[in-house]
Write a protein that binds this ligand. Structure first.
Ligand SMILES: [Zn+2]
Length: 403
């Protein structure tokens, strides 16, 4: 989900809209403004219904945003980097980089989403009750009631103990705390997720056969959950297979480095023949790390400018390189490989460069564990984005629409 319209930052978190969010806004606005409100509360001006529908749609999207922000803020407090939030057709996604370090953090990051939806349901509910007491227009009461019910539905639905729903994360954290094995816990909660997804598909198809188009939404959400749960299971299985293997076990060490001042032409003429690797940390004259170059990218430098181009100029800058410590579990640092287009992880400890991990190092370990089939072919391992489990949330538009 990359094609997003940036909305700016809130509480330090980047927020974007995927174009598909327009579909859900339209569905809610039309569902309420054209169908439900005029039928349930006749006698108002058409513009009042349209306004009610539009305000409901916008506040619903804001509610989902609040839910995702809650995940994001708690994730950051627990040391997990948040890439941003994307709002789309089926709700929202808070994209987290990396995983919680403890079962407790995993639990907190997951449970705060439904908790915030429950609080919103309460706020809208109390607002509706006060609107009644103050004798406000019935359309205002209806909109507040709709938002209270929908936020309650979001809270309850996302608490179903099935990955990738928040409840699946809660289940995973509980199993993790009980067994001490985060990856096995993730496999089990992914199984629950697949089962729940299939259940939704069957329920949706039954509704469609009963001539209700609402079933199509269930089928769509069910398919999505099955897909996400399967991807999570694949990743968790890699984690199970790599249990006990640390970064230090697979890294190439010592690391072959190159000098930032050296030209690309000189590099190809003198050095590349003697080097066995395909990626090289770039050091300045003081021995400080300045970046990383790969053969693949150096070959893209046009031959005629290679003489006048220093390695330091074309290196991937330090802040964009993924870094790990030798003692970290390999399975946990693998997702970091996609953070840079270079696909390498530098291993440092106490500020010193200790080693480097390339996709082929990882592929070798995985093949030792008969896991080659789960990886794409080719030298560069591209960690599929969908194998990184973002907390995802779903909600049902038009729940309140009359049948
Ligand atoms: Zn959530």
């Amino acid at each position: 989900m990359k094609d997003t319209i940036p909305l700016g930052r809130f509480a330090g978190v980047r927020i974007g809209l995927h174009w598909s969010v327009a579909g859900i806004v339209a569905l809610v606005a039309v569902g309420l403004g054209v169908y439900w409100l005029p039928v349930a509360f006749p006698g108002h001006a058409p513009v009042a219904y349209a306004l009610g529908g539009a305000v409901s749609a916008v506040l619903l999207v804001c509610s989902v945003l609040a839910h995702e922000l809650a995940h994001s803020v708690v994730a950051r407090r627990n040391g997990v980097v948040v890439e941003g939030i994307t709002l789309w057709l089926l709700g929202g996604v808070a994209r987290l980089r990396g995983e919680a370090r403890t079962a407790g953090a995993d639990f907190r990051i997951a449970v705060v989403g439904p908790a915030s939806s429950a609080v919103l349901a309460l706020v809208f509910g109390v607002g509706g009750w006060m609107a009644v007491r103050l004798g406000a227009d019935e359309l205002i009461v209806a909109v507040l009631g709709y938002l209270a019910v929908l936020n309650a539905v979001v809270a309850v639905f996302n608490l179903v103990p099935a990955a990738p729903l928040d409840g699946g994360r809660v289940l995973r954290s509980a199993l993790w705390a009980l067994t001490g094995d985060r990856f096995r816990a993730a496999v089990w909660s992914a199984w629950a997720g697949r089962g729940f997804g299939f259940l939704l598909i069957v329920a949706g198809l039954a509704e469609v056969l009963g001539r209700s188009t609402g079933g199509l939404w269930l089928v769509l959400v069910g398919l999505f959950i099955v897909n996400m749960a399967s991807a999570e299971e694949r990743q968790a299985r890699i984690g199970v297979a790599l249990a006990g293997i640390s970064v230090g076990d697979v890294m190439s060490s010592p690391v072959e480095t190159v000098e930032a001042r050296q030209s690309v032409e000189q590099f190809f003429r003198d050095a590349v023949v003697s080097h066995r690797h395909s990626a090289f940390p770039v050091l300045d004259e003081h021995g400080q790390l300045r970046g990383l170059v790969t053969l693949q990218h150096l070959r893209e430098v046009p031959v005629e400018v290679r003489g006048g181009t220093a390695l330091g100029q074309v290196a991937c800058p330090v802040e964009k390189i993924a870094v790990a410590e030798p003692g970290e579990p390999l399975a946990l640092v693998l997702p970091r490989m996609t953070q840079t287009s270079r696909g390498r992880i530098l291993v440092c400890s106490a500020g010193e460069l200790r080693g480097i991990i390339s996709p082929s190092d990882v592929a070798r370990v995985l093949s030792d564990h008969s896991l080659t089939a789960t990886l794409p072919a080719g030298a560069d391992l591209t960690w599929e984005p969908e194998t990184r489990p973002p907390p995802s949330d779903w909600w049902f538009p038009g729940q309140q629409r009359p049948r």
